[in-house]
Structure formats: structure tokens, C-alpha cells
Ligand binder design. Structure first.
Ligand code: BDP
Length: 712
């Protein structure tokens, strides 16, 4: 269980924090971020404490299942911490007492299109939480606690809520030896060597945190999957985790290695149409369900970046997915088949690859298959247009894959609140069924009536005490969960909510923090990949390398993406170039194909623009680039200044931690700015406008500083 007294991982910081507390009289206690948004801080207003205490004299639950027990326990712990009153959990409350009633009632199915919905009511002086499934009670309980943590009147908690998407999942890219691919918060949370005998209490806190935002599925291993996870050595370990997660309404899934029949089963082939291979999978699935009866299913990366797949045998993605679907169907398991594919074709445009491979397969997948699509066509870039697949597969359930871990967003150093990125994609109009056919409506199934709906976030969690490395990155986990539940929430509302739950309830400080959060992604894009630039990294995915021009394949160089030359900059994806724009509906492509109407934020994704061309901003391309890069880097100073303003409202340990990271972020923003400006200047031959300071280093010096990031 989360204990507020857990020893801090930052002893020195904690020491200074205590000195700070003594000097300033600050009443926050040193916080290591472990409690996330479930801090349940004591309410300082005695009147409010008393009002809440009077309203909650019991928590009544009729069932005795683990999920109901956990819901009641969470309410009990939360209320005790916030009000100081220990509320008993009972089966039948005393007459005339006021309290919280948790009721599972099948009649409530109508609450929800999915089955996880809940309603909160006020009836005869009691707060009622009702749901048709036990998980709904858990979600309703967390919703009530969220409400109390924001010190809102009870009447305002009344209402119904149900998730718009059925499968709301985290995808962990965790490896059997405990490392995490693209993980920046320590090592894996799963202690494979200790499992299944020893259960780290942290597994339960992980499950609580997920359940509190409605996440109901987790894929525990990397998509670049080791077949080891399917062995009799590892399955009991996975089962032990599943046993913890189940008590919080979370199903466990595995990423699989498509060639497992060969590598693990000793078969001659892994051809999905081979009867022996099909039997192998059927047997393996049966074995899994024997030890994990509510196992969720498989996530598959196939024929992508060297992973094996059905195409190795001349079969299609649908052949591969359907074989697994057949094995899982008797157990209601699902196959989540990823659409992240691109071939090593030197003449192709990687942007077009997923669409080319998957659109011809629309309607050919089995009923229990979901095709999981990354939000953009390339790969989790700081800003991408939405993937054209979302507008072109009406007969195949498409799931969304967002990346919470900041692979291209400055790892755990740069403060980037991702909800605006998620929303930008979800709110994009595909026009597949006319105006209003947003990506959100595609993936929530309301547009095409998909029988299965899914949204996944590549997790940013790890063994770091504060879970996510950067304390502010917790907000990305939180925001993902909240949007997975309800994609109509605004990035702003979620930022406010998260800051209140996680940092402070002081309104001015909440406003300041939310403001930084809401601008942070745009600021990062400005100094990192402005105007629709992409992939200026190759090896590190961190340090600037726009000059990188050597690799075994062209689409693994940086110059492939930005295409800088003496004429201009950007990738021509109009009919004169790769014509990737044709993959969008005409309403979208018409707008984006014309550089005059293409939003500046996507300009260089689709156009090769001459250096001197005037843009809609009134500046030339070169001047606009300088403007973005310089103002982006300067804005980090603004972030620092704003963060200083909340010093007395936020826990000192967390404040100091973020402060340090912002200092580093500023240095690196200058690094990015100068790298881009000096490198692109070798093509544009234009001066940096006089109003901006000149870079302090030469291009060669910057290149040398980047090299150290590439040493292995
Ligand atoms: C890329 C990552 C790589 C992943 C791949 C994927 O660099 O580590 O394996 O995506 O999504 O972004 O499969």
C-alpha cells in the first residue's frame, strides 16, 4: 500500500526540503511523487472536513468480491486521510445513518454503451454509487474520491459516466531481463526473477493508479517480444501479476513473437496457414487460459523492423491475425495487431507504408481482431498529422496507439504535457463519413459500429520512485487514462484536475501550472521540430542530428525526412512528390496540398518550401524557422519563471526536482535551436535576423557534443 511515510529516494533534497519548511513555514510535507494523483491530502478547511465527515459515517457494500472490497477500502483510506475520520465498511448500515452505498445492479446496463459505467447519486441522505459491473463501482468510487480531493460540494458529484472505448490499455515495452525499450524512468516494474513467489506491493499500487483513471488492460511485455514469455517458466510469473491486476478490473495481455512455433515449439515453420502451427497456437492459448482464466489476448508486432510475421511465408497480416484470433476466440480473447509497418524500400515514402499494406485488407480480419494504429503515419513524432488509416478502414476495428513514454519528446528531461497532442489527433476530422468523422469517433466505434474498441498508451512507468522519471510526466499517464475513458474532455480540464490532485489545491498555482502544461508541447515542438519537420534524430532519439546521412536504409537517416537543399526545406508529399496526400479524403488533402492553406504546423510534412517563400505568417520560411526556434527556446525561460511562482504552493522536493530539469531543458533547447539554425544555414545561406543572438558554438562544436550521445 502507498504509505505517506515511505523513505525518500532523494535524501539530500529531502534534507534541504526540511530546512526550507522550517524557514518558510510551508505546510507541505516532503513528497517523493510515489502517491501520484492519489495523495488524499488532509483537507485544511475544518468546515469542509466536518461536512464530508458528517456525510460519510459508513461505506456499505453488499458483495464480498475483491473488486468491491478494493473500492470500499479505497474510499475508506481516502476519506480517512482527507478528513481524519475512519469510516467503517459494513453490509447493512444503521438506520438513519448517512454514508456511501455501493450497489451492483444489472438493471443499470443502460448507463453504459460499454459495461464499465457507473452512476453517482444522492438518495435519502446517502451517496450511492451504482453500476452494472463491479468494475463500474471501482470507477465510481475513484470518481467520488477525485471529486472530494478537489474539495467540491457533494451535490456536484451526482451524474452518470461511462467509457466511450472498451479496451483502455497500457502497453509496456518491458523485456524479460528487466530493461524497458524506450523507458526513461528506471527499469521494469515487473521483477521477473522474484515472480511468481514474491509479489512486490508496488504491483497493487500500479493497478490502483490505473483503475483510478479507468485503464482496464495491460500488455506487460515489449512488442519486440521475446518468446520466453510464452514458456512455462514465464507464464506463471505473468499469472501472478494478472492475479493482482484482476482485483482492480484490469486484464493482462501478452505481446507475442510470431515465430514462437518454430523457436519455442520446434516446428519447421510458423506459417499461419500450416495446420500444425495453428494447432500449436491453439494449444498454447489453452495452456495460458488454464493459468490465467481472464487473459485478455495478444498484441502483435509482425513484419515490422525485422520482427517475424506472416509475410515471411507469403501470407498477409490478416492471415496471421486470424490464425491467432481463431485460437483465442473460444476464450473471448482478442488479437491486437499493430499497423506499424514500413519496408526497407529506398524509393518509397515511409509515410504511405501502413496504408498501402492494410487498406486492401479492410474487412478481412476476424471479429476478435483489432488493428492498432499509431496516431501519426511515421512514428510518435512531436507533431504528426493523423494517420490516414483512420479514414480508410470502415470494416476493421481500428485501435489507437499513443506513446506516453517520451521517446521523441525529450525523455525524462523535457516537460511536455501530451494531452494537447492526443487531442489534436482525436479531434482531427477524417471526413470518412462526411464532416464530423473525427478520429475519436472512428476509434470509439460510433462511426462505423465497430464491435470492439481499443485505445493504448505506450507506458512511461518504471522503477523510479516517482514512477515516470519527470514528475510532470505523471500527468501524461493520467491524461491518457482520462481521455481513454472520455475523449471529449479537454486537455485544459485534465491539466487542472491533475494539478489539483497531484500538486496543490491553491487556485492561482493550479492556473499557473496548467498554463505551463498546456503550452509545454507547443514550446517543445517550436525548438525541436517546428513547422512540420520530423525525425531529426537517428541514433539517440534525443540529441539533434539533422545532418545524419548514413544508414543501412535511407529512411533511417535524418536527411530523408527534412530534405534540406539549397532551394528549400521539407518533404514534398503532393502529387508532384510522393503523393502521400492522396491517402486522405479530398476534404483533407485539398486543404493540405496547397501550401497557402496547409496549416503552418504541418507545412514541411507535405511541402518542399523555398527558403525565401513568404508564409501565411508574413515571414519568409527562413525567418519563420528562426522565429520558431528562438521563441521556442526562450519560452523555456518563461516556463522556469512560471514554475518559480508556484514555489510556495508545491511540495519543495518536487519543486526542486522540476526546477533542475527545467534548467537542463533550457540548455538543451538552445542546443536544438543552434543545431538547426547553423545546419540549415549551410543550405539557405541566409543570415540569422539581427534581433536574435548568434549561437555561442559553431556547427562543428555542436556535432561533437552530440557524438557523445551516440557512443554505446
Ligand atoms: C519506435 C521505437 C522502437 C519500437 C517501435 C515500435 O523506436 O523502439 O520498437 O517504435 O513501435 O518508435 O514497434
Amino acid at each position: 500500500m502507498i504509505s505517506p511515510n515511505m523513505p525518500s529516494r532523494y535524501p539530500l533534497k529531502a534534507f534541504f526540503a526540511i530546512i526550507f519548511l522550517l524557514l518558510t513555514g510551508h505546510d507541505a510535507c516532503a513528497d517523493d511523487g510515489y502517491r501520484l494523483w492519489l495523495r488524499y491530502e488532509r483537507i485544511s478547511d475544518p468546515k469542509m472536513r466536518e461536512a464530508y465527515s458528517k456525510s460519510f459515517t459508513f461505506i456499505a457494500t453488499t458483495g464480498s468480491s475483491d473488486i468491491l472490497h478494493n473500492a470500499a477500502k479505497e474510499l475508506q483510506n481516502g476519506i480517512a486521510a482527507m478528513t481524519g475520520t475512519q469510516v467503517p465498511i459494513v453490509n447493512t448500515p444503521a438506520k438513519n445513518a448517512r454514508g456511501i452505498m455501493l450497489t451492483v445492479s444489472p438493471a443499470l446496463n443502460a448507463v453504459s454503451r460499454t459495461t464499465d459505467g457507473y452512476s453517482i447519486g444522492l438518495e435519502s441522505g446517502n451517496v450511492t454509487i451504482k453500476a452494472s459491473q463491479e468494475a463500474g463501482i471501482l470507477y465510481g468510487s475513484f470518481a467520488l474520491l477525485r471529486h472530494l480531493q478537489q474539495h467540491l460540494p457533494l451535490e456536484k458529484a451526482v451524474g452518470e459516466s461511462s467509457p466511450k472505448i472498451q479496451l483502455r490499455m497500457l502497453n509496456h515495452w518491458d523485456n524479460p531481463e528487466g530493461t524497458i525499450e524506450r523507458g526513461y524512468a528506471g527499469s521494469s516494474l515487473w521483477k521477473w526473477y522474484d515472480l511468481p513467489e514474491t509479489l512486490d506491493p508496488r504491483y497493487e499500487d500500479y493497478a490502483r493508479a490505473n483503475a483510478s483513471v479507468g485503464i482496464n488492460g495491460t500488455v506487460v511485455n515489449n512488442v519486440n517480444a521475446s518468446a520466453r514469455f510464452l514458456t512455462i517458466e514465464y507464464l506463471p510469473k505473468v499469472a501472478a501479476l494478472a492475479g493482482v491486476f484482476r482485483k482492480y478490473g484490469i486484464k493482462t495481455y501478452l505481446s507475442i513473437h510470431f515465430a514462437a512455433p518454430k523457436t519455442l515449439g520446434g516446428l519447421k515453420t510458423s506459417d499461419p496457414l500450416d495446420p500444425e502451427v495453428r494447432q500449436w497456437w491453439a494449444d498454447k492459448v489453452k495452456e495460458i487460459y488454464q493459468i490465467i482464466p481472464d487473459f485478455g489476448g495478444f498484441l502483435v508486432k509482425a513484419n515490422s523492423e525485422g520482427e517475424p510475421g506472416p509475410q515471411d511465408y507469403g501470407r498477409t497480416h490478416a492471415d496471421g491475425a486470424n490464425m491467432l484470433a481463431e485460437a483465442l476466440a473460444p476464450f473471448n480473447g482478442v488479437v491486437i495487431w499493430r499497423a506499424f509497418v514500413y519496408k526497407a524500400d529506398p524509393t518509397a515514402d515511409r509515410f504511405k507504408a501502413a496504408h498501402e499494406e492494410f487498406v486492401p485488407l479492410d474487412g478481412k480480419f476476424a471479429k476478435n481482431v483489432i488493428v492498432q494504429v499509431k496516431n501519426g503515419p511515421i512514428d510518435f513524432q512531436p507533431r504528426e498529422p493523423f494517420s490516414p488509416l483512420f479514414g480508410n478502414m470502415p470494416r476493421t476495428p481500428l485501435g489507437m496507439e499513443f506513446q506516453l513514454t517520451q521517446e521523441y519528446l525529450g525523455f525524462a528531461t523535457h516537460w511536455v504535457y501530451e494531452a494537447p497532442l492526443f487531442k489534436e489527433c482525436l479531434d482531427s476530422d477524417t471526413y470518412v463519413n462526411g464532416k464530423g468523422s473525427t478520429v475519436a469517433r472512428v476509434i470509439d466505434g460510433s462511426l462505423h459500429g465497430y464491435p470492439l474498441t481499443c485505445i493504448a498508451g505506450v507506458a512511461n512507468t518504471g522503477s523510479d520512485r516517482n514512477w515516470t522519471g519527470h514528475p510532470m510526466a505523471q500527468a501524461n499517464w493520467y491524461a491518457f487514462g482520462r481521455l481513454a475513458w472520455d475523449h471529449t474532455l479537454t486537455a485544459e480540464a485534465i491539466a487542472h484536475e491533475w494539478a489539483q490532485l497531484s500538486l496543490t489545491t491553491e487556485p492561482k498555482a493550479v492556473a499557473t501550472i496548467s498554463d505551463i502544461m498546456l503550452r509545454s508541447r507547443a514550446i517543445y515542438v517550436d525548438y525541436n521540430t517546428p513547422l512540420g519537420l520530423s525525425r531529426p534524430w537517428t541514433g539517440s532519439h534525443y540529441a539533434p542530428e539533422p545532418w545524419q546521412n548514413r544508414s543501412s536504409r535511407p529512411d533511417w537517416t535524418a536527411i530523408y525526412y527534412h530534405r534540406a537543399d539549397t532551394v528549400g526545406l521539407g518533404f514534398d508529399r503532393t502529387a508532384n512528390g510522393s503523393n502521400a496526400l492522396q491517402q486522405y479524403r479530398p476534404e483533407v488533402s485539398r486543404l493540405w496540398a496547397n501550401p497557402e492553406t496547409c496549416p503552418l504546423s504541418y507545412l514541411l510534412w507535405f511541402h518542399h518550401i523555398p527558403w525565401s517563400q513568404k508564409l501565411s505568417s508574413g515571414r519568409s520560411l527562413w525567418d519563420e524557422l528562426c522565429h520558431k526556434l528562438y521563441s521556442g527556446a526562450d519560452s523555456v525561460v518563461w516556463m522556469q519563471q512560471q514554475w518559480k511562482l508556484v514555489q510556495t504552493s508545491v511540495d519543495p522536493v518536487i519543486h526542486a526536482d522540476v526546477n533542475g530539469r527545467l534548467t537542463k531543458q533550457f540548455g538543451e533547447a538552445l542546443w536544438w535551436r543552434d543545431a538547426w539554425v547553423l545546419y540549415l544555414q549551410t543550405f539557405s545561406q541566409k543570415p540569422i535576423p539581427d534581433s536574435y543572438p548568434k549561437p555561442g558554438k559553431t556547427l562543428e562544436e555542436i556535432k561533437r557534443s552530440v557524438n557523445s550521445y551516440l557512443i554505446r
